[in-house]
Design a protein. Structure first.
Length: 236
């Protein structure tokens, strides 16, 4: 069973992820959801074994800033480090990607980017188990922060002209972070970016749409299939 750690702050989008996005990307794989400030996280602090039944950890994006830090950083990194110690697969999306880097490397692993990204962006990917079946992808972007200061334990597996680390794998283990949003379908991806740009119109200068056909997005969801099928440590 997978643990979906939903770190989204805005209630509308938090519920939307739980009700619409998560069932679609899990494709009948069993999962349970934990939100920030759920009581179970308080219990986890004193008894980590309550999460022992989960096989995978998926960490969502969030409007929280990994570079500015928040009151939730400690518990998020505790959960990440527990799954690393238990040798279980982890996938972090956007803010989740940044928090994996921080949990492993430290606070210097994330910074404010000079080029925020919003919209559908082309990506250069390397051959990697996470990207099996995916070629010449276009992913949705929505971020102000980026990861940095990696050591040799990390392999960069995706990049583009505006962000050097679009995805990484930690060591040769099933621990991945992706800066982009592979969970987004065409309609909800457009809605997310549209709402952001309406709230922050100055960010329109960073908007790009490199998507030629919405059919291109269908392959993106293979990331979740590949993640779920990932083997335990040492078997990659």
């Amino acid at each position: 069973m997978l643990l979906a750690f939903n770190t989204i702050i805005t209630e509308k989008y938090k519920i939307g992820f739980d009700v619409k996005i998560l069932p679609f990307i899990m494709n009948e794989f069993p999962y349970e959801i934990v939100h920030l400030e759920d009581e179970i996280l308080d219990d986890f602090i004193t008894n980590e074994e309550i999460f022992s039944k989960y096989s995978h950890l998926l960490i969502t994006g969030s409007s929280l800033s990994a570079s500015k830090r928040s009151k939730f950083d400690k518990i998020i990194m505790m959960v990440i480090n527990y799954f690393i110690e238990m040798e279980k697969p982890i996938l972090g999306i956007c803010h989740g990607h940044q928090m994996i880097a921080r949990a492993i490397v430290g606070t210097n692993a994330c910074r404010r980017t000079t080029t925020p990204e919003f919209g559908w962006k082309k990506m250069q990917i390397k051959e990697n188990p996470l990207f099996t079946g995916i070629s010449s992808p276009v992913f949705l972007e929505s971020h102000y922060d980026e990861v940095c200061n990696f050591n040799d334990d990390f392999t960069i597996i995706a990049t583009n002209e505006d962000c050097a680390v679009q995805a990484f794998q930690y060591k040769n283990l099933p621990v991945w972070g992706v800066q982009f949003h592979p969970e987004m379908q065409f309609e909800n991806g457009n809605e997310m970016v549209k709402n952001h740009l309406l709230e922050f119109p100055n960010d329109n200068k960073y908007y790009k749409d490199e998507l030629e056909n919405e059919i291109q997005i269908k392959q993106n969801f293979l990331i979740f299939k590949n993640f779920i099928n990932s083997e335990k440590y040492g078997d990659q």
